[in-house]
Design a protein around this ligand. Structure first.
Ligand code: GDP
Length: 297
């Protein structure tokens, strides 16, 4: 691991204070320096770092040193609690529609892991709820994307609705939804086109699909390996589409997850799931406390 863990940093910074009765302002300043550096290294957005260290230091100044815990341990505990609070405290599930189908619209840049995630979440719902999902292939710009969704559909035994690449995505979604109503599917996944970068045409198309489908969930998929870029992407997708949740993929890599912390703080939207590998079973419901431990190291 390329990083020194935040916990180790704090332990080191505080080791000299072990015998003191109180944590002073100067001690806290020293600790905050370590926290700031560690969070920046973990790819947390600098503004988020600033707000965060302020909250931690407000709580840390003047804490009594308990016999059972060293000052460092107490501050690590405060940091852990504040990290978890920033990440959202509780896990948040899918927004379900009171009437079937629950419509889940996917969004994100190309390569973020959108199509793979459709397969993962659809299978997860099949296993946990006996769900009968329909997958709609709305990415008409890459024939390979339709093929990829069809292969996924076969793997998990879920129907895929597609009309090739000559029909507009909005029309595909319209007809796909009709099929879902007719077949009483309980979940509909709308896979949409990604681009290498955010562009107006893409956003316009996503807004049109949103307006037509009125989705219960608009999930943005971001690549957790891209750090601060993922935060920028999340910010602009949220601004344009008012997303309902975020999926952070590729957390099986050695990224520390700082992007997750920033995304939640910058967009105010919950992270709902994480992707931890290329296999369809590599999906986890997002647990803020686990992510906090990962960032603390
Ligand atoms: P899309 O363009 O957003 O639909 O992205 P894809 O679903 O095609 O995924 C792009 C690449 O990322 C593929 O090679 C996937 O296997 C890979 N991928 C997706 N999710 C994860 C993940 O959680 N971890 C890892 N390591 N790879 C992933």
């Amino acid at each position: 691991m390329a990083f020194e863990s935040l916990t180790d940093r704090l332990q080191n910074a505080m080791s000299k204070l072990r015998r003191k009765g109180k944590v002073t302002e100067a001690d806290v300043k020293e600790m905050m320096r370590e926290i700031r550096l560690a969070l920046l290294e973990a790819d947390v957005n600098f503004k988020v770092v600033k707000d965060f260290t302020k909250r931690v230091s407000d709580r840390a100044v003047g804490i009594e040193v308990l016999e059972s815990l060293t000052p460092a341990q107490q501050i690590v505990k405060i940091v852990d609690e504040e990290l978890t609070a920033t990440l959202g405290t509780e896990m948040v599930g899918i927004n379900k529609s009171p009437k079937i189908p629950t419509i889940i619209m996917m969004s994100g840049l190309q390569g973020a892991g959108k199509t793979t995630f459709v397969g993962k979440l659809a299978q997860h719902l099949q296993k946990t709820e006996n769900a009968r999902p329909l997958l709609i292939a709305g990415d008409v710009y890459r024939p390979a994307a339709i093929e990829q969704l069809k292969v996924l559909g076969q793997q998990i035994d879920a129907p895929v609705f597609e009309l090739g690449t000559d029909v507009s995505p909005v029309e595909i979604v319209r007809q796909g939804l009709e099929q879902a109503y007719a077949n009483k599917n309980d979940y509909v996944f709308i896979d949409t086109a990604g681009r290498l970068h955010i562009d107006e045409h893409l956003m316009g198309e996503l807004k049109d699909i949103k307006e037509l489908a009125n989705p219960d969930e608009i999930l943005l998929v971001v690549d957790g390996m891209t750090g601060q870029d993922a935060v920028t992407v999340a910010d602009s997708f949220n601004e344009q589409l008012d997303i309902t949740g975020v999926v952070v993929t590729k957390l099986d890599g050695d990224s520390r997850g700082g992007a997750a912390l920033s995304i939640r703080a910058v967009t105010g939207k919950p992270i709902k799931f994480v992707g931890t590998g290329e296999k369809l079973t590599d999906i986890e419901v997002f647990h803020p406390d686990r992510m906090s431990s990962r960032i603390l190291g």
